[in-house]
Design a protein around this ligand. Structure first.
Ligand SMILES: Cc1cc2nc3c(=O)[nH]c(=O)nc-3n(C[C@H](O)[C@H](O)[C@H](O)COP(=O)(O)O)c2cc1C
Length: 353
């Protein structure tokens, strides 16, 4: 069992509900007001972390509202006291010097609670329509590798000199440096081979998409056994998952069936949007293997059932190495409350036994 006790986080609703966009019980709302209230409540309920995904345009329907990750994360940092704030970032959208400066500022605002989640992009129009272009999958990772090397060095307060294929940096140093720790934490999301090597070399925590525990165990065995740079602590692991926890397994299954029915209404939209997905993104190949609701693996992690069932499965994931559980719900606020009340204490009890 990992030495760290489990941590629980929530995905901010940056592009509305996670399982189905058209839900009478949860009208579409990706507003700042809703996200602010949600994160403040999550903190009050004892959640440890929030993940603010980054999309400049809504990836499901460009006409729908989309919350901006970095400005929202800065505001959340000022409003909260304890919760970790993780903002996602796609390297092509920001020069590393600018992004490192922004990250360092949010680290200061939050008092040492900020983290970035480095992701590789999949929604072609976000970059193509901006004229940035959408490089091929592995070329994006090569770009991201240079980019994070520069960001890491700047976040550490080092006077940075870097000459690569994409960036030419000369004697750049950001001040003030981080007074709280060596630098903000670096998460990496992505399943492909270049993603795995990138997190082993440059990351602190690897985010795995929701999938069955046997598959997660194999992924962790692979990436966890890779060499780390000298002086870096062992890699830690997070899991994305959509939770449906109810009094009984039957009630949870019924709600899952309800969400599948609602999600079916989004099918035409999803079909239209498919052309925007990078076919080489390994994540989507994994998702195609089984039906699920929720993004980033969603219910494929199997966290659907009674409070006891879900707690047992989370404890099992923790025992194979998952430290941070990054969760989605629908209806979000009500289920987030129920999870905090009924599941988290059960997990803690199981792990103490
Ligand atoms: C936990 C997690 C969070 C992610 N967040 C975002 C995000 O905020 N924005 C985004 O465009 N992609 C996000 N992605 C998707 C990545 O950009 C990328 O397309 C995906 O991980 C596929 O990479 P792969 O081929 O290495 O699997 C996320 C992926 C994971 C695992």
């Amino acid at each position: 069992m990992p030495a760290n006790s489990p941590r629980f986080g929530v995905w901010a609703l940056v592009h509305g509900s996670r399982a189905a966009l058209q839900d009478p019980a949860e009208p579409y709302d990706a507003s700042w007001a809703r996200n602010k209230a949600l994160v403040l409540e999550a903190e009050r309920l004892g959640y440890d972390s929030v993940l603010v995904a980054q999309h400049t345009i809504n990836p499901h329907d460009p006409q729908l509202d989309q919350l901006e990750a970095w400005t929202a994360s800065a505001a959340l940092a000022a409003l909260t006291d304890r919760i970790e704030i993780i903002a996602a970032i796609k390297p092509y959208l920001y020069h590393p010097v600018v992004l490192a400066k922004m990250a360092q500022q949010i680290e200061h605002i939050s008092g040492g609670r900020f983290a970035i989640n480095l992701v590789n992009a999949w929604n072609r129009p976000e970059l193509e329509r901006a004229g940035i272009g959408f490089a091929e999958h592995d070329a994006r990772y090569a770009y991201g590798r240079e980019w994070i090397t520069v960001v890491d060095s700047l976040l550490r307060g080092q006077t940075t000199r870097f000459h690569g294929e994409h960036f030419q940096i000369d004697d750049y140093a950001l001040r003030p440096a981080d007074p709280f720790r060596a630098r903000p934490r670096i998460y990496v999301g992505g399943e492909s081979e270049p993603a795995r090597q990138l997190v082993a070399d440059k990351g602190d925590v690897w985010f795995v998409n929701g999938q069955p525990i046997e598959d997660v165990e194999k992924l962790l065995a692979d990436v966890g056994s890779r060499a780390r740079p000298a002086g870096q602590p062992p890699l830690r692991f997070g899991l994305s998952a959509f939770v449906i926890a109810r009094e009984t397994d039957g009630e949870a299954d019924a709600h899952l069936a309800h969400l599948f029915a609602l999600a079916a209404q989004d099918k035409p939209l999803r079909e239209r949007q498919k052309v925007n997905i990078d076919p080489n993104a390994v994540m989507f190949q994994t998702f195609a293997q089984s039906p699920r609701v929720g993004s980033n693996g969603g219910t494929a992690a199997g966290l659907v059932g009674s409070y006891d069932t879900v707690a047992r499965r989370i404890a099992a994931f923790h025992r194979v190495g998952i430290e941070l559980f990054m969760l989605q719900f629908q209806p979000f606020e009500a289920d987030m409350r129920a999870f905090a009340e009924h599941v988290i204490p059960r997990v803690r009890k199981l792990l103490a036994e």
